[in-house]
Design a protein around this ligand. Structure first.
Ligand code: FES
Ligand code: FES
Length: 514
């Protein structure tokens, strides 16, 4: 495999495919500025920038995105341009570094390279305008949402993030570095289908579905990965070693979104970050939820297909897809047969789905009509960003056309309440036909709460007790009814003790991640 590392063409052909990018950098490349804190994508100490060539405004540029090196496999940067903290300063410090210095944004310094890289990524995107989803004032707090600092606190770091934009900088790569990188991409390259084969361990990176299907058939024992934000945790936390991996993140047919008259189609490998344009008008509520799915580093790599296929009962997107009555396109590699499965039929048991050996998810389709009905997505977690749900509720409501306050239909789905993401069918029945903001609603809510208690037996774990989960689920339905009655959303940015600071609001001080 080959990639650019801080401006230098780097080739690797003798590493175990289970090697993380962070391990390679620190042990092989001897670049120890990228730190290892949690090793699980939670602290951001290992943040670096991964770039790929994109066409914008008629020019080829490199679009850089922040990535957690600890949970990215080295193979994932094949043909990419990697910048670590060592490669940031050119003739002078990068504006992010200078501003951190000027604003006293570092004490022990362990978190600092990660913060600097997240800020440098933001600086580059804002100056080059390479992301379409960063036109809001929250871009700064979002950029460092996956970075934790245990001693300095976020306030001076946020100040540094504002301050850096006042400094000029020639760019992360020079013109000649860009040309060398493009030359590498256009030159002869080894087959993407056999990226690294080391002894009996292999990782493949097919470019299209034909290649993917052939590889699946040839390697029956292979595990599929996309962003790897969960699978690589098994390597870093449980020392699991995979003998054969197939990376589906670059399969062309599995990338991007499209629409026909009835559906929005999402390629299963599309990173979350690329979903913003498709949902900015259709469902700002979904984007609010995505903002809380992992951190920016995770959203840059994680995909909705991976979230579904992983089968986790606390995944964030399956309850939404259940509420919207979405379907997944399952492909059988042998023969290429395709069928659409309702997401409500997909989950069989804990981590068991209808996607069997030799099959994969190609696309997800969401009925356009279902997104037009009022919907709410409530994620309850201990940390605002970069945390796993204790309970996740996704609810879609259709009101009666003649009596606009009467619930004609409702779909309620919970995550974290059962072994699988699950619809609350009896709770839905209890609310169907009720009228918002009337006396009979209280009776309906009580029936609904009883139905949830009957239908769900959540577990107690480190995130929440069973009783707390149950109470949360019941209360979230009450919150929905309150919101629909008052015709406004309770602001998730200021619920409870959690505060989410916007740039320009620094006088409040304190931590962003309460
Ligand atoms: Fe903590 Fe990578 S070391 S996110
Ligand atoms: Fe010490 Fe941030 S400066 S952890």
């Amino acid at each position: 495999m080959q990639f650019f590392l801080n401006g230098v063409l780097t080739k690797v052909d003798d590493l175990d495919p289970n090697t993380s990018l962070l391990r390679y950098l620190r042990t092989r490349a001897k670049l120890k500025g990228t730190k290892e804190g949690c090793g699980s994508g939670d602290c951001g100490a290992c943040t670096l920038l991964v770039g790929q060539a994109v066409e914008t405004q008629g020019k080829t540029r490199i679009r850089f995105r922040s990535v957690n090196a600890c949970i990215a496999l080295l193979a994932s940067v094949h043909n990419r341009y990697v910048i670590t903290v060592e490669g940031l300063a050119k003739d002078k410090l990068h504006p992010a570094q200078q501003a951190m210095l000027d604003c006293h944004g570092s004490q022990c310094g362990f978190c600092t390279p990660g913060f600097v890289m997240s800020l440098a990524g933001l600086y580059d995107r804002q100056k080059q305008n390479t992301e379409s989803n960063e036109d809001t004032g929250s871009a700064l707090s979002e950029a460092i949402s996956g970075n934790l600092c245990r001693c300095t606190g976020d306030r001076p770091i946020l100040q540094a993030g504002q301050e850096m934009l006042n400094h000029d900088y020639p760019g992360l790569v020079s013109e000649s570095e860009l040309n060398q990188y493009l030359e590498m991409l256009s030159g002869p390259t080894e087959s993407l289908a056999s990226l690294i084969e080391q002894q009996d361990r292999k990782i493949y990176q097919p470019a299209d579905e034909t290649e993917l299907q052939r590889l699946i058939l040839e390697h029956q024992d292979a595990e599929l990965l996309c962003g790897g934000t969960d699978l690589v945790l098994g390597i870093t936390q449980n020392f699991k070693q995979h003998s054969c991996l197939i990376d589906v993140s670059r399969v062309t047919e599995l990338l991007g979104t499209s629409e026909d008259e009835d559906h929005l189609y999402i390629g299963a490998s599309t990173p979350y970050i690329d979903l913003w344009p498709s949902f900015s008008e259709k469902s700002p509520d979904f984007l609010k939820l995505l903002h809380r799915l992992g951190s920016q580093q995770i959203r840059n790599r994680g995909s909705i297909g991976g979230n579904i296929a992983n089968g986790s009962p606390i995944a964030d997107t399956p309850p939404v897809l259940l509420a919207w009555d979405a379907e997944v396109e399952r492909v059988t590699a042998a023969g290429g047969k395709r069928d659409w499965i309702a997401i409500s039929d997909l989950y069989l048991d804990y981590k068991k789905t209808l996607i069997g050996a030799g099959q994969y998810i190609a696309r997800i389709r969401i009925p356009l009509q279902s997104m037009q009905h009022p919907h709410r997505f409530y994620k309850v977690s201990k940390r605002f960003e970069d945390d796993i749900s204790s309970v996740m509720a996704a609810i879609s409501v259709r009101f009666d056309e003649l009596e606009p306050d009467r619930i004609a239909d409702i779909r309620i789905a919970f995550g974290g309440m059962a072994a699988i993401p699950k619809r609350a069918l009896a709770a839905e029945s209890a609310l169907r036909g009720s009228r918002i903001a009337t006396d009979d609603m209280e009776a309906a809510l009580q029936t609904c709460s009883a139905a949830i208690a009957e239908e769900f037996k959540p577990m107690t774990d480190v995130r929440a007790s069973a009783a707390y989960r149950l109470q949360l689920a019941q209360n979230l339905i009450r919150r929905l009814v309150d919101e629909l009655g008052s015709k406004q959303s309770l602001d998730v940015f200021s619920v409870g003790a959690v505060k989410h600071y916007q740039p320009g609001n620094l006088e409040q001080g304190g931590q962003t991640n309460a």
